[in-house]
Write a protein that binds this ligand. Structure first.
Ligand code: NAD
Length: 243
C-alpha cells in the first residue's frame, strides 16, 4: 500500500473517515473530499451535487498526491419513508448526491486512474440494494443504482486496467445512524431493534467496512473486479436469529 494515492469521498465522518485512517496506517497517501472540512486528513471541500466543485476538488487532490490510484466513492445521504413519502424534489436531491455524485467524481478521476496502471474504484453501496428494508424506498432505489453502476463501470473500464467493486454494509455504527437513533422516540429500543436485524446481534463497525474497502482497493486484489461484498454480519444471506 505504500505510496498508493487515494481519494475518499465523505471522509470527514463515519465509514469514510475510518477508511481514510486505514489507508493512512497502511502507508498510502490520502486526500478526503467532503462538503465538511476535516482536520484529521488533507481535505478538498466540494459538494457532490455540484459538478464544477467536484471537478476542481478531484483535480486539486490529484495535484496534491501526484496522481490517483484509488477512488473510494463513499459519501451518501439518507431518506426515510415509503414510496409516497417524499416529493419529486427530494427524489432528485438524494439521487443527485448518491448516484450522480459517483458519476461526477468518477468522470473527473478516470484519466488519473487510467494513468495509474493499478487503478481501483470502490463504491459504498448498502444491503438496501438487494434486501427490502421497510421505509427506505428512495434510499434503496439510489443504492440499487449504485450497485448496477458498479458492475457497469467494472465492465467498461476493465481494459483501462481499472477494477471497480462495491461494499454493501448492514447497519453500521456511525454518526449517521447515531443521529437517527437520537431522533427516535426510544433510542435504546430502536438500537436493540437494529441490532436484532443482524444475525450477529450487533451493528457493523465503521472499521469493519473500512477493512473491506481497503481489501478491494489493494493492488494485490488484482483479479477482483465487479464484486459486491457484503459487510453485514450475515444479514443479507443468513437465516440465523440473533442470540
Ligand atoms: P456519515 O453521515 O457519518 O458520513 C457521510 C459523509 O459524507 C459526511 O462526512 C458528509 O459530510 C459527506 N457528504 C454527504 N453528502 C455530501 C455531499 N453532497 N458532498 C460531499 N460530501 C457529502 O455516514 P456513514 O454512515 O459513514 O455513511 C457513509 C456511506 O455508507 C453512505 O454512502 C451510506 O449510504 C453508506 N452506508 C451506511 C450505512 C450505515 O448504517 N451507516 C449502511 C449502509 C451503507
Amino acid at each position: 500500500m505504500k505510496g498508493l494515492r487515494v481519494l475518499v469521498t465523505g471522509g470527514a465522518s463515519g465509514i469514510g473517515a475510518a477508511t481514510a485512517r486505514r489507508f493512512a496506517q497502511e502507508g498510502a497517501g490520502v486526500v478526503v473530499l467532503d462538503r465538511d472540512a476535516t482536520a484529521e486528513f488533507a481535505c478538498v471541500e466540494a459538494d457532490l451535487s455540484d459538478d464544477a466543485s467536484v471537478r476542481a476538488a478531484v483535480a486539486a487532490a490529484a495535484g496534491r498526491l501526484g496522481g490517483l490510484d484509488v477512488l473510494v466513492n463513499n459519501a451518501g445521504i439518507g431518506a426515510v419513508g415509503d414510496v409516497t413519502a417524499n416529493p419529486d424534489e427530494e427524489w432528485h436531491r438524494v439521487y443527485d448526491v448518491n448516484v450522480l455524485g459517483i458519476v461526477r467524481t468518477t468522470r473527473a478521476a478516470l484519466p488519473h486512474l487510467r494513468d495509474s496502471g493499478r487503478g481501483a474504484i470502490v463504491n459504498t453501496c448498502s444491503i438496501a440494494a438487494w434486501t427490502g428494508i421497510p421505509q427506505r424506498a428512495l434510499y434503496s432505489t439510489t443504492k440499487g443504482a449504485v450497485q448496477a453502476l458498479t458492475l457497469a463501470m467494472a465492465a467498461d473500464h476493465l481494459h483501462d486496467g481499472i477494477r471497480v467493486n462495491c461494499v454493501n454494509p448492514g447497519t453500521a455504527d456511525t454518526p449517521w445512524v447515531r443521529r437517527l437513533l437520537d431522533a427516535a422516540e426510544d433510542p435504546e429500543a430502536e438500537r436493540a431493534a437494529l441490532q436484532a436485524r443482524q444475525p450477529t446481534g450487533r451493528l457493523v463497525s465503521a472499521e469493519e467496512v473500512a477493512h473491506a474497502i481497503v481489501h478491494l482497493a489493494d493492488p494485490r486484489s488484482s483479479a477482483t473486479t465487479g464484486v459486491v461484498l457484503a459487510v453485514d454480519g450475515g444479514m443479507h444471506s443468513l437465516r440465523v436469529p440473533a442470540r
